[in-house]
Design a protein around this ligand. Structure first.
Ligand code: CAA
Length: 386
């Protein structure tokens, strides 16, 4: 086991950390307050090669490994979780399935501009009645009687990057009778006729990352927009989420680290009863627990990323790191507010933003309850088979 980073990993950490300090941290509070989508940060991430970190250079990506992706996500999310998730969706939920499932012509047309940051992507799985139960898709794609493609009708919910996206990966039913095996995946031009966007969701946290409903009304796609084969859609979605959950774990790590570092600094400056509050055991023990739990979550996240890098199945490990890191982020952010006391409850300090931002990591890309379902069912299946 090797805990040392490669030169490449150190390089991406430096790049992401400098970008976070130079461009993200100075605007994080403002974009949260105004729920402003940070287009200028997204453009800079594109220039720095952060929008297609694992995409092969052949398709205009950075060609780095999943650990590099985790490192960059943590650094950026420590400064701003909204910016982190905009990047994460493009990398894990859009570029990743295109790398795995698209043919060369599709990669040339769709992946190239996404990986280089010229275009932004979104992932459309959730529906008003298909959140945790992802197989209960009501959006349908029917064979187009007037051509050789499909006609799509339905509604998608809470689509991160939805208001800005140029390209989307869509899961929908092509054969209801087959259940999850009747779901197919399509690559969608988000500006084409028959695709429209609802109002931006008004959210508790990650307010600078926008989400909305997406409506499909007789939207026509060609067969060349099918990702994989007809009926592959559920597998596309689940295997994509195996990777996406590593990204959200890294986002949660970043939130936890941002909250921890702010609280630790504050604890050395703020005095009560004649000494810095960090010298009171109640606070120092809190800081010790925070640091230990962040490190434990980070190690689980690196393990899942290392398995992915090795090309091994990592569904259980991805669910474990996402479960752990999101719960750690919530606990750390809550205790950070406590350490800040009254100052933790006002927007002048970053603690309340980290606290609001942390919550979503226990919900999207599978709730904590769904992560436990995935972990338990995989463990029980392995025991039964042994
Ligand atoms: N990789 C590949 N295939 C997989 C898989 C995986 N990780 N997990 C399951 N499958 C396959 C199974 O092998 C099975 O295949 P067969 O048809 O060959 O038997 C098939 O999928 C069905 O598997 P299950 O019976 O386990 O499926 P299920 O219907 O019981 O659902 C679930 C399982 C884990 C609960 C799933 O529905 C799930 O993950 N739900 C949560 C959905 C989710 O995370 N949504 C997030 C939306 S995206 C988002 O949040 C983005 C954002 O905003 C940032």
């Amino acid at each position: 086991m090797d805990f040392d980073f490669t030169e490449e990993h150190e390089h991406i950490r430096r790049t992401a950390r400098e970008f976070a300090a130079r461009s993200v941290a100075p605007v994080a509070a403002e974009i949260d307050k105004n729920a402003r989508f940070p287009a200028e940060l997204v453009a800079e991430m594109g220039e720095l090669g952060l929008m297609g970190i694992e995409v092969e250079p052949e398709w205009d990506g950075s060609g780095l490994d999943p650990i590099a992706y985790v490192i960059a996500m943590e650094e950026i999310s420590a400064a701003c979780a909204s910016t982190g998730v905009i990047m994460s969706v493009n990398n894990s939920l859009v570029c990743d399935p295109l790398r795995k499932w698209a043919n060369d012509a599709q990669k040339d047309k769709w992946l190239r501009p996404l990986a280089s940051g010229q275009k932004l992507g979104c992932f459309m799985l959730s529906e008003p009645e298909a959140g945790s139960d992802a197989a209960a898709q009501k959006t349908v794609a029917e064979v187009d009687p007037s051509g050789d493609g499909f006609v799509i009708n339905g509604v998608k919910n809470w689509i991160t990057n939805g208001p800005q996206a140029d390209v989307g990966i869509l899961m929908c039913m092509t054969d209801k009778a087959k259940g999850h095996r009747g779901i197919s995946a399509f690559i969608i031009d988000m500006n084409a006729p028959g695709v429209s966007r609802g109002h931006k969701d008004d959210k508790l946290g990650i307010r600078a990352s926008h989400s909305c409903q997406i409506f499909f009304t007789d939207h026509k796609v060609g067969r060349d927009q099918l990702l994989g084969e007809v009926g592959d859609g559920f597998k596309v979605a689940m295997s994509t989420l195996d990777c996406g959950r590593i990204g959200i774990a890294a986002q949660a790590l970043g939130i936890a680290r941002g909250a921890f570092e702010a609280a630790a600094r504050y604890a050395t400056e703020r005095k009560t009863f004649g000494k810095p509050i960090a010298d009171h055991q109640a606070i120092s023990f809190m800081l010790a627990d925070m640091a230990t739990e962040i490190d434990a979550a980070r190690l689980l996240t690196y393990r899942a990323a290392a398995l992915k890098a090795a090309g091994r199945r990592h569904s259980t490990e991805s669910a474990m790191c996402k479960l752990m890191a999101s719960e750690v982020a919530n606990k750390v952010a809550k205790n950070a507010v406590q350490i800040f006391g009254g100052n933790g409850y006002v927007t002048e300090y970053p603690a309340e933003r980290h606290y609001r931002d942390a919550k979503i990591t226990e919900i999207y890309e599978g709730t904590s309850e769904i992560q436990r379902v995935v972990i338990a069912s995989n463990i029980i299946r392995a025991i039964s088979a042994s």
